[in-house]
Write a protein that binds this ligand. Structure first.
Ligand code: ZN
Length: 282
């Protein structure tokens, strides 16, 4: 794993010239460059001066690290449509039990009813997808559900056609179990809500995610919340076996997964955050 920084800026000639001295080659105009950590630490004072903030720090994993990971966090994929009714987020009342929900930070939604959507993707396209605004639920073509998920004991539920209220025959929602195990995310910046007092983590990965001690299902949700402002979601984790199957079937891409590591192998996280190269993993 290496740490990189994403820097977006409206670059002018003198800024480009300065960056070139360090082997960084931005394109003139509003563009972004990806800078490795060693170089970033040398140029960061300029970046702060020009952007007013720093670059966005992110980990980049090797193919081997992605392939070998026993459990991965799903961080990308297809999206299709929005939950309905979308007016004033009316789907929240209809689909969720809001008794533990805090509108200020977004924590505490519990699904109580089916999602309503206007349409589902045509057969063979976006066989697994999420909805706009809903990042912790997955919808699957029924054929894929029967072939891949059902044999693993994963349950599904209906998705309803908006206004007609009858189910889509070709698409189901996966019922994702939620673990009670909290991750040790000590290096993640947090936000604590001034209304409900609950804490959530910044969603940007800081390196490998810690590996759960107890993997409760081939695919499951975290109990920890991630997000900022009024948005809060759980993260979805998938085992190596299921991930490989989905990639082999060309339903998912390996780039959509962030690897995890047992905590004793990630004890260097803190030094990674401060940029101490000597103790970096791999
Ligand atoms: Zn809150």
């Amino acid at each position: 794993m290496i740490i990189k920084y994403h820097v977006a800026l409206d670059w002018n000639d003198s800024q480009i010239e300065k960056m070139n001295e360090f082997g960084v080659y931005p394109v003139k105009g509003y563009t972004a460059v990806q800078i490795d950590e060693e170089t970033y630490l040398k140029v960061k004072d300029y970046i702060y001066e020009w952007t007013g903030s720093g670059g966005i720090r992110y980990p980049e994993f090797s193919k081997a690290e992605q392939k070998e990971s026993p459990l991965s966090l799903k961080s990308g994929g297809h999206e299709h449509g929005y939950p309905m009714p979308d007016m004033d987020f009316g789907y929240k009342q209809l689909t969720y039990d809001l008794s533990d929900y805090c509108p200020n930070c977004g924590v505490g939604l519990k699904q109580k009813d089916a999602f309503r959507v206007k349409s589902v993707p045509p057969e063979g396209k976006k066989q697994i997808f999420s909805l706009g605004w809903i990042y912790d639920e997955l919808f699957v073509e029924r054929k894929i559900y029967n072939e891949v998920f059902e044999p693993l004991g994963i349950n599904c539920r209906e998705v309803l056609k908006y206004k007609k209220e009858n189910p889509f025959e070709e698409t189901v929602q996966l019922v994702l179990e939620q673990t009670q195990e909290k991750l040790n995310l000590v290096d993640y910046p947090t936000e604590t809500c001034h209304v409900c007092g609950k804490t959530k983590y910044q969603p940007m990965p800081q390196g490998f995610y810690p590996l759960y001690k107890n993997i409760i299902a081939p695919i499951f949700k975290s109990c920890d919340y991630f997000g900022s402002g009024a948005s809060a979601t759980n993260k979805i984790f998938i085992t190596k076996e299921l991930r490989e199957k989905l990639i082999e079937l060309k339903i998912e891409k390996s780039a959509w997964y962030i690897p995890t590591k047992a905590l004793d192998e990630t004890t260097n996280l803190k030094s990674l955050v401060t940029g101490d190269k000597k103790t970096e993993n791999k």
